[in-house]
Design a protein. Sequence first.
Length: 301
Amino acid sequence: MSSLVVALPNDLSLAGEIGKKGSQNGITFYDRKMGEEAIVVLTPSDVAAKFYAIGEIMSIADMVVISTASVDALLGESIIAASMLGKKTVFTKDNDISSILKSVAPKEYELVDRKEVLGRLMEFRRDASQSSGELRIDTDKAFPVKGVGTVILGIVRSGKVKVHDTLHSSSGKEILVRSIQVHDDDSQEAESGERVGLAVKGVDHTEMEKGDILSKDMKPYVSALTADIRKSPLARDVEMDGMNCTLISGFSVISCKVSKKESMFSVKLDKPTALWKNDGFILIRDKAPRVIAAGTVVELG
């Protein structure tokens, strides 16, 4: 099955038009299957309460859809985040935002009538090389099921997972995959881009954190990293050296301190977190402009 992961930061009704509402954990998931094609839409459950969810969904998505139905601060912040993360973006044509896009815009974007968004998304394809790469599953939820045991929900970012595979969590746990569901259907395997539910042995649901990563080889949490960081055009006057802010990458959200390190930056995390080399992230703060920078992990530790 070919699956596409889409971030939609600012329009719950449009997400509902694209897919069927599924699980929630700060992020609401919507699934749509049409034959061998599938779309997974991620949208913040309550962006007013948890603004950082914008960073979660955008950093993990293949592409972004931004609704122009409301021309407000959230629209502007969504455009900045998509642009900083280098995500291909589709805008609806509900309102004319040409003046905004002259100031800041994603490198690749297009304008589409609202009723044509689903059809346009079905035309996109993920990079096929991601399915043959190293297995990585970013997890967002774990819970117990009577008679089954621990079930872990997540998105396969790269590679392929099969029933009976032995995986390692970034927390250090060795996990046996007992069964797999892909978009709520039983399956013997799941590959890049797919929303999965894994029934597993070897870990209790209380031992899994949102943001943990499952892989074939053990890759432990990290507490510090070196990164290439690029400031938002609206944050040119923000001093990054010595700044306390929040780093968001995938489903990991962590307070951190950023310090200048020659041509790069060092980032000290408030607690050990699941991150890999070359992961993209955004940095946010509580006051405007809230999206202050984006970056890439260059070195761990």
